[in-house]
Design a protein around this ligand. Structure first.
Ligand code: HEM
Length: 390
């Protein structure tokens, strides 16, 4: 495929949550092809599960976004990634002990469900605002040691930077405000250490001189913003998917221990972080007989891989009884760069889905399914607003 014919990418989701149909066609006709991005660059798009696993575990490919040729999805991408201390983030996250966190996650989810019950459902409640968005934010704030009284402010700033209706300038200001807030918090923790990631980074990395204060701020920032929207989207999509599959919802209500299997299938089916698995070649490589030259970008579509009919029979059918092998589910990536917070995100989602419909068995949409407001069809699949009653 040459420049004249390379199609624009991202492709659009034509139906609300369905991955773009181009993936289906390319899997059988042209598993490695060129696509054209917003900046007219033409990285390779890889759509078969097997090839994507090879790409994501190939050490001759790089995830460094400053390398020329790394495919950026938006004009602001490179600048936003400039000082991302990714390796340090994963080291910092290794210190998070999920067993200590699980009771906090359970308590938080229960508190939000109780709050919904308290609000009552005389008028519809927006689940995005009152449940799915605040839970992941509260959990990561707890991990970082952000005081409870500051969470409302961060929730507001986070909404400005992520909701699609803010201007680019407003989103940038919100980023700057959050960074400013975190700088003050790092100063405060330096004087008064606590049992949280920021204090650990100060004691183990900053004080011995391994990293600088700006690194601590940026690690905290990345953790604060990296996965909230995706986790919240998975909660929203999970609720809607269950309501659209009443027999499976009934199975889950009867047997909440199916929640991990449900979450596994949910993450496969919706693949809500569909543009993170990108690389650039450090040297020439060959993939499926195709030469990819040093400096050329690759988009390894985990969204396409998770619907690959060679790996998942009847892939477009949602089936919580499918028994998906977590190693084959590419929702969280594959290989060394697999999402650092996968276990945390899974714990949050499993807790939500083993309890939400237990406590609110009549939870349902307050609108028709076709009225649900989905995210922009060129971006990650998600739900913007979800009015419910129970
Ligand atoms: C359901 C929720 C989530 C999904 C589906 C998800 C998915 C992903 C994927 C596909 C990647 C890219 C892996 C690669 O490049 O090969 C990634 C990276 C990452 N994720 Fe997650 N993630 C989720 C939640 C979270 C949460 C809650 C956090 C933070 C607390 C987080 C932090 C990160 C970070 C820091 C990276 C590396 C980013 C970078 O290299 O720039 N993720 N995630």
């Amino acid at each position: 495929m040459n420049s004249a014919t390379a199609p624009n990418f991202p492709f659009a989701r034509v139906k609300a949550v369905e991955p773009p149909s181009e993936f289906f066609e390319l899997r059988s006709t042209c598993p490695i092809s060129r696509v054209k991005l917003w900046d007219k660059s033409e990285p390779w798009l890889v759509v078969k599960h097997e090839d994507i696993c090879n790409v994501l575990s190939d050490t001759r490919l790089s995830k460094e976004r400053q390398r020329p040729g790394f495919p950026e999805m938006t004009p602001g991408g490179k600048a936003a990634a400039k000082n991302r201390p990714t390796n340090m983030v994963s080291e910092a996250f290794d210190k998070v002990h999920l067993s200590h966190l699980k009771p906090f996650i359970r308590k938080t989810v229960n508190a939000f469900i109780d709050n919904l019950m308290k609000i009552g459902c005389e008028t519809p409640v927006n689940l995005v605002e009152h449940f799915s968005s605040p839970i992941p934010l509260l959990v990561i704030c707890h991990i970082l040691g952000i005081p409870a009284e500051d969470i409302a402010y961060l929730t507001e700033m986070n909404a400005v930077r992520t909701n699609g209706s803010s201007t680019a300038a407003a989103a940038q200001d919100a980023n700057r405000d959050i960074l400013g807030y975190l700088e003050k918090l790092v100063d405060k923790r330096s004087e008064d250490l606590k049992d949280d990631i920021i204090s650990t980074l100060i004691v183990e990395q900053l004080n011995p001189g391994h990293i600088e204060k700006l690194d601590v701020i940026q690690i905290a920032f990345l953790l604060l913003v990296a996965g909230n929207a995706t986790t919240a989207n998975m909660i929203n999509l999970g609720v809607v998917t269950l309501l659209e599959n009443p027999a499976q919802l009934e199975d889950l209500k009867q047997n909440p221990s199916l929640a991990p299997a449900f979450v596994e299938e949910l993450c496969r089916y919706h693949t809500a972080s569909a543009f993170a698995t990108r690389r650039v070649a450090k040297v020439d490589i060959t993939l499926r007989g195709q030469t990819i030259k040093a400096g050329e970008g690759i988009i390894a579509s985990n969204q396409s891989a998770n619907r690959d009919e060679d790996v998942f029979p009847d892939p477009d059918k949602f089936n919580l009884h499918r028994k998906v092998d977590p190693a084959k589910n590419l929702a969280f990536g594959f290989g060394d760069h697999r999402c650092i917070a996968e276990a945390l995100a899974r714990a949050e989602l499993e807790t939500v889905f083993d309890s939400l419909f237990q406590k609110l068995p009549n939870l349902r949409l307050a609108i028709n399914h076709h009225e649900i407001k989905y995210s922009d069809p060129y971006r990650d699949v998600g739900i913007v607003e979800l009015p419910v009653i129970w």
